[in-house]
Each structure stands twice: as structure tokens, then as C-alpha cells.
Design a protein around this ligand. Structure first.
Ligand code: AMP
Length: 453
């Protein structure tokens, strides 16, 4: 599959609040972990849509002056995370368009699995695309729909797309929020002042003082109109397949997604891992920050002390965004450093949430051994990542996923660990108190719910 430039992301929408664009801005701050490559906000004052988007972190893209220009009581925002890396700011969101009914902006988290088929059909009919984003397809579908009203056009467009989507649309007077029938990616609804907010994660609600109402249901379309409570349409029967990797790595621990708190889920994973994969050691060390809750769970279950043996420099971005292998190695080194006095001569259990290419683990173990660790036992609080995600989490192709190509023993040898083991798929499902039937575990099992082109 050719990768579309729309991977992990965050979306937010504010409706019916006089500080809409500021609230969207603050929300994007707390959603920054879902994407650091580009950010954007579009607002409406009832007559006109305005938009600001650029590459970089939310703090770089916006300042007070710019926010002042985003007037109106409704706003939608986006942060983008993509490794495929087209430099163009056109690939930042919101996607904005003028068409026969007026103006519209869309933000999208997820990946459409039939994007190329749709795009080809649209191009054959003369459509001209400005970006590589699958989200642009939707704008075209809405603009070209034979329906006369915007709502009917949106429904028409949505019925043609497949895959993972948590979407927020903004027109001059309305806002729409939509989650795909499987609810792959999270999307929650809240109340803020006299208005409403939808957000990829609830951590945004906490920051802007919003009150959680409920999750947007899988397959549900919500329509926001001035002076009215949001109207709900069940566009598709819900068939939940929530992304379990949101719990493993992606979502922020203080968020509640899919009805549960992320921190608690990660801690449970650590507990399960301690039960499934015990090993004698002097201390448990997390790979910060991702491994911390699971390491605490492992420590509490096993009785082995927890120590912050590796320090993280918070002032550089995530390692994943660097395209070349060389740069990735360097960045891990810049980002993490061991506390030598603590770990010298000790048998360590090092906990991380996942191994993707194996670069991070290999670097860390080497670093710990150089700092004098006697033994390093790597424990991973999820199953081996064997298959790429087609539904919105950025994973490399299968040939770069180390667990797709090596056994756990071979990986242990590669990362220079004294032992390596993973949480089982059953253990992971037990940790989130869930059943396989309601979660997407394709990155660990290869069981894809929707085929990708
Ligand atoms: P790697 O070095 O390729 O094995 O990557 C593993 C590290 O990346 C772990 O510390 C994970 O916490 C982190 N990670 C896992 N999945 C992702 C992802 N989709 N995006 C960014 N980082 C990730």
C-alpha cells in the first residue's frame, strides 16, 4: 500500500463559544503528543471561514496576534503526525475549500483505506488535487455530490469512504463530527461554557475546563447548530474495533478513551506482564515516558523496586519523526541518559511499551551496559508488533518491523539484551478488560478488519 500523508493526528472542534479559536488552540496544546509536524485552526464567524496552518509545533504556528484574527464562535483544529514527509504546508490541516454552497473546512484523524480508488475515480472525472492527503477526497466528494443540502452531501461523501476516521467539519454556520463505524480512533464530546467541544482525547477537556458528556459513538454523525443541542444521526450500525495501540502507546495517560483511563490500562499491562514474564532482578526501570505506567504496574505486582534509572531530555522531539536511520540513532542518544550511580552492578528489568524497529531498545541497552548494568532484561508491555497499521497509527512497512522478521530470541540477540519477552495478546486484552471482538489488534495479529488497497 502506498502510504497516504495522514497518519496519527489529533482533531478538535469548538462550537458556540466566543473564545472558540483560543479554546481550540489550548486543546491542540494538550493534543500535541498526537502530532508534532504541523498544526492548524479554522474558525467561522457565521459569514466567513478563516484559516491558519503551518508546519511545526502548536506554539510555533500560533501567537496571540494570529489567534485574534481567527474570529467567531466556532473553530476546528488539527495537529499532524506523518513520517512520509512532504514538505508542503498544503499537507497540513484543516483542509479548506470554497465550493458552490460556500466554504468548508475539515480535520481528520485516521486513514482511509479506499483513498486511492476514490482519488483515481475523481481524477478521471477531472478533479484536481492539491495535496496527497486522503482527507482532500472528502472535500471533492462533498463538492461534487448531487445532493442540494450540505448535510445530505456530507452523508453522501461519508458513505463512499472506508477505513478509520474521526472527522470534524466546519461550515459557516454549522459544525459536524463523525466517527467511523468501527470507532478505530477516539473522539469525545463535552460541554464548554454554553457551547460544545469534540476532541480526540479528553485531556483537552481538562485543560479548557470542559465537562465530558460522552464518546461520539462509532458510526454516529453529530450536527451542531446555533441555539440547539447537538443532533445525532446513526449513519452506520456501530461495530466497535477500537485501536488497542491507543492504550499501549499513543494516547495521553490522563485521557479517558473508549470509556477507560489510559494510565490505568497501561499499569494493568505492566501487572499482567509481571505475571506472565517474571525474572529475578534488582530493579525495574522504565523507558521514559512511554514505559512508566507499565513499569509501575510490573513493580507493584512483582515487589521489585521501581527506579527512574534513565533520564529523558524533554526538549527534543520524538525520535520517530527523523527519516534516516542514522539520525534516529543520534536522537535516541540525545534524548535518554542513564543514572550510572543507580544502575552500576545491578540486574535490571527495563520496560518499554513496544519495539518497532528495535533501534530504541538496542541503544538503551548498550547505554545501560556501558553504564555498568550487570544484566538487562527487556520486558515489553504489548505483544510483538508484527504488522503495519492501515487505520491511522504510523508504523513502518512490514519489512522494517523487527518482530515481523525475527523471533524474540533473535531480537534479544540484536538488541543485546540478556532476555526479552513480550506481553501476550490475551494478557493485553485482559489488561484492558476487553474482548478481541471490540478491539483492533491488527498490528499484533495481522487480523485486519478492512482490507487496504
Ligand atoms: P523502535 O526504536 O523503532 O523500536 O521504536 C520503539 C520506540 O518507539 C518505543 O520506545 C515506543 O514507545 C515508540 N513508538 C512505538 N510506536 C510508535 C509510533 N507509532 N510512533 C512513534 N513512536 C512509537
Amino acid at each position: 500500500m502506498q502510504r497516504e500523508l495522514n497518519e496519527e493526528c489529533a482533531v478538535v472542534g469548538i462550537f458556540g463559544h466566543k473564545e472558540a479559536s483560543k479554546l481550540a488552540y489550548f486543546s491542540l496544546h494538550s493534543l500535541q503528543h498526537r502530532g508534532q509536524e504541523a498544526a492548524g485552526i479554522s474558525s467561522s464567524d457565521g459569514k466567513k471561514l478563516r484559516i491558519i496552518k503551518d508546519r511545526g509545533l502548536v506554539t510555533r504556528v500560533f501567537n496571540e496576534q494570529k489567534l485574534e484574527t481567527l474570529t467567531g464562535s466556532s473553530a476546528i483544529g488539527h495537529t499532524r503526525y506523518s513520517t512520509a514527509g512532504d514538505d508542503s504546508i498544503l499537507d497540513a490541516q484543516p483542509v479548506f475549500a470554497r465550493y458552490d454552497l460556500g466554504e468548508m473546512a475539515i480535520v481528520h484523524n485516521g486513514n482511509l483505506t479506499n483513498a486511492q480508488t476514490i482519488r483515481k475515480k475523481l481524477i478521471d472525472k477531472g478533479a484536481i488535487f492539491q495535496t496527497f492527503m486522503d482527507t482532500e477526497n472528502l472535500i471533492h466528494l462533498i463538492a461534487k455530490s448531487d445532493e442540494r443540502k450540505l448535510l445530505a452531501r456530507i452523508i453522501d461523501g461519508i458513505k463512499k469512504i472506508e477505513g478509520a476516521y474521526s472527522l470534524v467539519f466546519l461550515s459557516r454556520t454549522k459544525m459536524f463530527a463523525m466517527r467511523d463505524p468501527h470507532g478505530f480512533r477516539p473522539l469525545s464530546l463535552g460541554r464548554v461554557g454554553d457551547g460544545y467541544v469534540v476532541s480526540s482525547e479528553t485531556c483537552a477537556f481538562d485543560l479548557i475546563g470542559a465537562k465530558f458528556i460522552r464518546d461520539v459513538k462509532p458510526g454516529e454523525l453529530l450536527i451542531f447548530e446555533e441555539g440547539k443541542a447537538p443532533r445525532s444521526i446513526e449513519l452506520f450500525k456501530p461495530t466497535p474495533k477500537h485501536c488497542i495501540f491507543e492504550y499501549v502507546y499513543f494516547a495521553r495517560p490522563d485521557s479517558n478513551i473508549f470509556g477507560k483511563n489510559v494510565y490505568q490500562m497501561r499499569k494493568n499491562m505492566g501487572r499482567e506482564l509481571a505475571k506472565e514474564q517474571p525474572v529475578e532482578a534488582d530493579m525495574i526501570i522504565p523507558v521514559p515516558d512511554g514505559g512508566i505506567p507499565a513499569a509501575l504496574g510490573y513493580s507493584q505486582e512483582s515487589g521489585i523496586p521501581f527506579e527512574m534509572g534513565i533520564m529523558r531530555n524533554h526538549y527534543i522531539g520524538r525520535t520517530f519523526i527523523e527519516p534516516t536511520q542514522e539520525m534516529r540513532d543520534l536522537k535516541v542518544k540525545m534524548k535518554l541518559s542513564p543514572i550510572e550511580e543507580l544502575i552500576k552492578g545491578k540486574r535490571l528489568i527495563v520496560i518499554d511499551d513496544s519495539i518497532v524497529r528495535g533501534t530504541t531498545s538496542r541503544r538503551i541497552i548498550r547505554m545501560l551496559k556501558e553504564a555498568g548494568a550487570a544484566e538487562v532484561h527487556m520486558r515489553i508491555s504489548s505483544p510483538p508488533t508484527t504488522d503495519p497499521c492501515y487505520y491511522g497509527v504510523d508504523t513502518p512497512d512490514k519489512n522494517k518491523l523487527i518482530a515481523a522478521n525475527m523471533s524474540a530470541d533473535e531480537i534479544a540477540h540484536f538488541i543485546e539484551a540478556d532476555s526479552l519477552s513480550y506481553l501476550s495478546n490475551e494478557g493485553l486484552l485482559r489488561s484492558v478488560d476487553g474482548e478481541e471482538a471490540t478491539y483492533c489488534t491488527a498490528c499484533f495479529t495481522g487480523d485486519y478488519i478492512i482490507d487496504s488497497e
